[in-house]
Design a protein around this ligand. Sequence first.
Ligand code: ZN
Length: 422
Amino acid sequence: MARCSQIETELQAYLDGELSRAKELIVEEHLSACSHCKHEFEILRKSNAHLYESLSPYKLNESLDEQIMKKLPEIDVSYNQTHQITLRVKHQDESPYSFSNIFPYLALTAMTVLGVFIFVSWPYREISDTERIGIAVNIEGNSSIIDKDINNIIKEDNLTSIKTDNYIETKENSIVYSYLKGNSVLKLAGNTRIRILDERTVNLEKGKVWFDVGKDKKVFRVNTPQGIVTVFGTQFQVEVDSTQILTTVHRGEVTVETANQFVVLRQNQQVLLKNNTFASEIKTCDSEKIIAWANEIEPSERILQKVSAYFSNTKPLPITTPASQIFVVPIQKKEISSLELFWDKQKSINSNFTIYASDDELKPLFRYKLTNNLLESFDGEVSIPIPSDISLRNVKLLHIEIISDDIEDSSLMPFTRVFAKN
Ligand SMILES: [Zn+2]
């Protein structure tokens, strides 16, 4: 079972609906068995409910922080905690269906995260949809949107449409604000080149982008030239240069992946990827400072209203969670050589899957990518080797989380059993 200290850090995110379904299951499994955490959870739930209720009248007030401080005279809360509560109160009834109401507050929002995957090689994608999926506004300097071979200059105080498979390119010292369907905001620093495959998939080729991914539990992917990174979080920044990728989390929870490893980042943490391996341990950082440049970028009220008018008529994306399954595999501190995965041959396996293996405390151990092609060459059973540099000598239970790239309904997931082989 996961450790209490681990679960306690997840409770608020659990309440806010920011965890992946797999993580939710781990939290729920723990809460059903641990009276200590169950008690902590009830306190948190009640205080959240109380705050939401008492602060509702102030919801549209810009400076909620002050009101919260007044409501909590006897509690020692830091400014940062207060601010987090502000964000939650402001978005307590946030839903894709009330998009036009929340848009003016987009700048203040911390919207729920999705997943961001960064692949080693650019994924193949058939592009057929050519409708507008977002807009870009130039804030400073020179930048353009490249649509096929046509170079559209992005103008200041003017909306330029983004269609599927467009590139956005910024010159030195230029800054672009862009909005993608589904309430995601991207802010591009200078010397950045990004390819928008769809409203949930981008290739970051170079430069620096701040992401605030819209609340819509669908996977959001960022591909970069090296390393594989998966992010579950809220607000984060990815910086790519020719040799490394730096991911910084401002809010939420983020998983950064290489080919066979992954780490989980929380607020004010960052990790450096180099040559498809982690070049550093997870470091604590002042994310507020690191993303300060992005906080300064805000289009005019007039532009924001225009964007809102443009997209309020578009159909909100369906709320989906990437389908996942969790298996708990007892290994009792024995070194094992592989994991055996079985699936239901009656079910279609028309998807790629990623396997995340963590220990009893949910500490990441390794990841493994199972492609559809690989699975098709096996008959209902596949063996996943344990990476040689991973020691399981102190691990009692393995948490195996399997996430699908394409399946949206967990009941359609094909896997039936996972066990350890000596
Ligand atoms: Zn506990």
